[in-house]
Design a protein around this ligand. Structure first.
Ligand code: BGC
Length: 559
């Protein structure tokens, strides 16, 4: 292992944990989570083994899109704290070995942002060109809206100036015009400001929309600089301001489209991208109990530069989108994991968390997280996954999975001492309520989900192959099994996962190995010999999982 590589590219072996300060921990008893509460709970994240926090938007907001409608890019939502509290939380996180990245939402602003207020006050406003306008009535764009339950066009008429402005998301989120150099400067300044406070980069919201030039009049569009040159600029700007800074981009496109946003093999655009395709195919594989869709998705990843990385996840804060599956495939996943209409949203996604989807079955849950952490890439957790939190379907749309973190079995899950009616969001009810699912009880139980996740994270961090390796699927006869190997330097790890309920024995042949090697279990006690041809038989329970390190005579590994 080369020490210099692994510390410089810390993000390749990171364990990223996404949280919303507003729903994490309330320290001033007003019913809203805050930075002081987050700082108090950093020890929990350190014990779990998290190495990078991703903070969802905490800026002043019009509160119409859970903070993604920002009214001041430099501010802090006063309900959550002030800049001093942010700095304390960042500093404490770093002291506990965790870097912090934050959401950069610059595809759009809130319509209450002072730039937009000025822009819509007159066609002559200096801020007019901060946004994208058209004077002629737009064509039907109902197929292009992101939130079809709320919008039917990506253009909205501004009554005062009688022109239409572009909004890819809600009409209260006018899109910024990044072809305007003044806007580009503003964005760089915003990034520079937050980096100066000690951040290690950004989760960049809606990257393809940010870069798009659709809506900009043809004549002007022809003069626009290449949007990817802009992304390259942003990456080098972050590199100049913060040596270890990253851009983790939200790009929900087919794999070949994502290659472009890495900057191809040059690797000089986004540092990391979420692998939405592998996530969607993972659910298809789980629904079918057939590893092939996931294996195919991983094989279809384009080659990327060593300066780039995939981010893997099973849940994020939005709908669990299944938009890249065919209609039939999506129906299969709906049938398996969210058959009722109330569990679905926008006709393309689920509003459930994973544990209720598998009826809380600990075998399946653990197998799925073991699989997630063994996939090539950097795993990203959404708060509450470490304890197996569920959702609250009584809440609207995507809010179902944005309920308060469940710390104890006390009222409101120990999230807040305010009256439940004052909480920023109600807690989960039923079998996944804080009474049944909470951090405090699980901390004391060595068999709990939290204990399991903590062990898993620790093993993942001990296996740098997983974030850096060459990955290959190993042929074996069982449809429900994914067997893969990751090799990096002198280390090889083999992971075997059974997506189905029936126990089986998996014959594995490992090239380059012989009877001087053995497979040592990393998630349980035991080891399996290999024969002269490098073949072993690995037993798996129903929904079983094993991580096996290949150990040869010269190994210096701690196993
Ligand atoms: C975020 C969403 C948000 C949208 C508009 C996204 O892609 O993940 O939560 O609603 O951007 O800002």
């Amino acid at each position: 292992m080369r020490i210099t590589d692994t510390s410089d590219t810390w993000w390749k072996n990171a364990v990223v944990y996404c949280l919303d300060v507003e729903t994490f921990m309330d320290w001033n008893d007003d019913g809203v989570g805050d930075f002081a509460g987050l700082a108090q709970r950093l020890d929990h994240l350190q014990e779990l083994g998290v190495t990078c926090l991703w903070l969802m938007p905490f800026y002043p907001t019009a509160e119409k899109d859970d903070g993604y409608d920002i009214t001041d890019f430099y501010g802090v939502d006063p309900r959550l704290g002030h800049h001093g509290d942010v700095v304390e939380a960042i500093r404490t996180a770093r002291d506990r070995g965790m870097r912090v990245i934050v959401d950069l939402v610059v595809n759009h602003t809130s319509d209450r942002h002072p730039w937009f207020r000025a822009a819509r006050s007159s066609k002559d406003s200096p801020y007019r060109d901060y946004y994208v306008w058209r004077s002629d009535p737009p064509p039907d764009t109902s197929a292009e809206v992101v939130f079809p339950d709320q919008e039917d066009s990506i253009w909205e008429l501004d009554e005062r100036t009688c022109e239409y402005y572009l909004h890819r998301f809600y009409k209260h989120q006018p899109d910024l015009n990044v072809s305007n150099p003044a806007v580009r400067d503003e964005i760089a300044k915003v990034m520079g400001f937050w980096l100066e406070l000690g951040l290690s980069g950004f989760r960049v919201d809606a990257v393809p929309f940010l870069l798009e030039t659709a809506g900009i009049p043809q004549a002007e569009a022809a003069r626009l600089p290449d949007p990817h040159a802009y992304l390259r600029d942003l990456r080098s700007f972050v590199g100049r301001r913060s040596g270890d800074g990253i851009l983790l981009g939200e790009v929900n496109l087919p794999h070949e489209g994502q290659a472009e946003f890495f900057g191809g093999l040059a690797g000089d655009e986004l540092t990391m991208q979420f692998d939405f395709i592998a996530m969607q195919k993972l659910y298809l594989s789980l629904a079918r109990q057939d590893a092939a869709p996931l294996a195919d998705a991983l094989a279809s990843r384009p080659p990327i530069s060593p300066d780039c990385q995939w981010a893997t996840f099973v849940r994020n804060h939005d709908e669990l989108t299944l938009d890249k599956l065919s209609d039939d495939e999506r129906d299969e996943v709906f049938t398996a994991f969210g058959p009722e209409e109330s569990m679905q949203v926008y006709g393309r996604g689920l509003r459930r968390r994973l544990p209720p989807m598998v009826d809380g079955d600990p075998r399946r849950l653990r197998m799925i997280y073991s699989l997630l952490f063994s996939l090539p890439g950097t795993p990203v957790l959404f708060y509450g996954e470490e304890i197996g939190m569920g959702e609250n379907l009584a809440l609207d749309g995507r809010s179902a999975v944005r309920t308060p973190m469940q710390w104890t079995s006390a009222r409101s899950g120990g999230f807040s001492r305010a009256a439940p009616s004052r909480l920023t969001a109600p807690v989960v009810e039923g079998p996944f309520s804080p009474e049944h699912v909470n951090v405090a009880v699980q901390r004391a139980d060595p068999e709990s989900m939290l204990a399991f996740m903590t062990r898993l994270v620790q093993r993942y961090r001990e296996c740098p192959e997983l974030g850096r390796a060459e990955f290959a699927v190993i042929d074996q006869p069982h449809r429900s099994v994914l067997a893969h190997r990751c090799t990096w330097g002198d280390g090889t790890l083999v992971a075997v996962h059974n997506l189905g309920p029936d126990a089986c024995t998996v014959p594995l042949t490992l090239d380059g190995c012989d009877d001087e090697h053995r497979l040592v279990d990393l998630l349980q006690v035991g080891s399996t010999p290999l024969d002269r041809k490098g073949t072993a038989s690995v037993a798996l329970d129903g929904y079983g999982y094993r991580w096996l390190r290949v150990v040869g005579p010269a190994s210096r590994r701690l196993v």
